[in-house]
Design a protein around this ligand. Structure first.
Ligand SMILES: [Fe+2]
Length: 298
């Protein structure tokens, strides 16, 4: 199947948090993001040359507000808008002043109807003059966002057909790792079957396995609750650590990820639905692992 439009990458995740100052301190000082801008309602943090890779909004209910994906060009963004319009999904242009505040070119939003997650698409974003300088952790990039959905089959079909994601690996009827084709990373988005639509976790990839080990001690010392790990994910082999942000939302650091070529990529693998498909080191997830954080309406 020809993908309907071409992605560049997962640009940012937008979270709503109940105490903005507390969450800014957490993501800046303990996670290692660079705070670019902050006002009374929102804060923008980054781990790359982009203006933001994490947007935090102040609100009553914590959760995932939207995910932003950068497409390869403005032409791809125009193509995507027309594509969603033709599907009847009613894409909405982001008002110009809001797109400018996000330091993005023309942007639009569209909600996936089964998992209820809002996607934002744009063809260009500001390259900041000052490079991202790692502090406590050498973050390589915002890696992925994982959600649970009460309509896994519907969301899976829509994300792979209408939203243009490619399947990298899956557990039949239960879980799917999705890459934003032709971006090479094994997954920038993943979706699992659940009793409700909710955020599972957001991930930051680190450049060095030592970053995961150091994070274990740094987070424990700071009293941050660990959700799962340290462990190693099969079949990707990535080393992971999951922990909770101040609202109890799950955040992950991981080291290592398979990359796919645009042409001639291997077929997706069907994984055995057992706990060992999550971790080979025997870590046991905490009860709230991947459970806190709603998928929020606009
Ligand atoms: Fe993950």
């Amino acid at each position: 199947m020809t993908p309907p439009f071409r992605y560049r990458k997962l640009g940012y995740a937008a979270l709503t948090v109940t105490d903005l100052a507390r969450s800014v301190a957490f993501y800046r000082d303990l996670i290692g993001l660079d705070l670019v801008e902050q006002n009374a309602q929102a804060a923008f943090l980054r781990c790359s040359r982009d203006h933001h890779n994490l947007a935090l909004y102040s609100g009553q209910q914590s959760g995932l507000k939207r995910v932003g994906f950068e497409l390869e060009s403005q032409a791809e963004a125009d193509k995507a808008f027309a594509h969603f319009e033709a599907l009847g999904l009613k894409p909405q242009r982001v008002p110009k002043d809001e797109a400018q505040a996000l330091r993005q070119g023309p942007s639009f939003r569209v909600r996936e109807p089964h998992c209820a997650l809002e996607f934002e698409y744009y063809g260009s974003t500001t390259v900041m003059a000052r490079p991202y300088v790692p502090t406590v952790t050498k973050i390589a990039r915002l890696g992925h966002v994982v959600i649970g959905s009460s309509d896994f089959a519907g969301a899976y079909r829509s994300l792979t057909q209408d939203f243009g994601f490619a399947v990298s690996d899956f557990v039949e009827d239960r879980f799917s790792f999705l890459r934003c084709f032709p971006n090479p990373f094994h997954h920038s988005l993943a979706i699992g079957a659940s009793s409700s639509n909710h955020l599972h976790h957001i991930n930051f990839m680190v450049t060095d396995i030592d970053d995961v080990g150091r994070a274990w001690h740094r987070l424990n010392k700071a009293g941050v609750k660990i959700a799962f790990g340290i462990g190693r994910h099969p079949p990707s082999g990535s080393v992971f650590l999951y922990f909770y942000d101040p609202d109890g939302m799950t955040v992950e650091y991981s080291f290592g990820m398979e990359e796919f070529p645009e042409v001639g990529a291997r077929e997706p693998r069907m994984l055995e639905p057992v706990p060992e498909s999550l971790d080979t080191w025997g870590a046991v997830p905490h009860a709230d692992f991947g459970r806190r954080g709603a998928i929020l309406p606009a």
